[in-house]
Design a protein around this ligand. Structure first.
Ligand code: HEC
Length: 151
């Protein structure tokens, strides 16, 4: 192989490689890839739940019940659905500010549950608002299963 063609070859390989790296850096994931990130997170919650109860299995049905469960906060009835609406595929509305909240269901909003820190801080905040403490890994996993199974 001539020297010039070798260099051309090396350059092409380099450009091909960096183009690929760019794609990853920008996090250009397809909807399916995002969904599998959310699935991985659900598995993580399942593993955490099994540390305290080895028989724990995530349940979309339990997640739905948890999503709709009403509690009394400062004399007012509230649930996750108060802001996220009874149907997680729909745009929610903040009960205090009235600001719209993008749907929580993964099929309706593929960006959901793809940023672990964001998910964890939102769970912690909203669970504390309603229950006075963070939700358990089992509750979070069930919740996520429910949102993942909505078509
Ligand atoms: C007072 C209104 C309100 C209530 C009640 C509420 N949320 Fe939220 N929720 C929000 C807002 C606002 C966001 C963030 C908006 C966004 O990301 O688009 C959000 C986002 C989230 C997210 C982030 C999802 C992601 O993209 O990773 C989770 C998880 C969540 N909420 C869980 C809950 C749970 C569980 C409950 C019930 C225990 C609940 N929320 C109740 C307003 C609320």
């Amino acid at each position: 192989m001539k020297k010039t063609s070798l260099i051309t070859f090396a350059l092409c390989a380099l450009i091909g490689f960096s183009a690929h790296a760019d794609k990853d850096d920008q996090g250009n994931l397809t909807a399916e890839e995002r969904e599998s990130v959310a699935n991985l997170l659900a598995r993580e919650y399942a593993a955490l739940a099994q540390q305290s109860d080895p028989k724990a299995i995530l349940s979309a049905e339990a997640g739905r019940a948890f999503y709709l469960k009403k509690v009394t906060v400062e004399g007012k009835e509230a649930s996750c659905a108060s802001c996220h609406t009874d149907n997680p595929k729909e745009t929610g509305k903040h009960t205090e500010t009235g600001k719209p909240i993008k749907p929580l269901a993964i099929r309706a909003n593929p960006e959901r549950f793809t940023n672990r820190d964001k998910t964890e801080s939102n769970f912690a905040k909203h669970c504390r608002e309603l229950y006075g403490k963070d939700c358990s890994p089992k509750d979070k996993g069930d919740y996520l299963m429910y949102l993942l199974t909505l078509k």
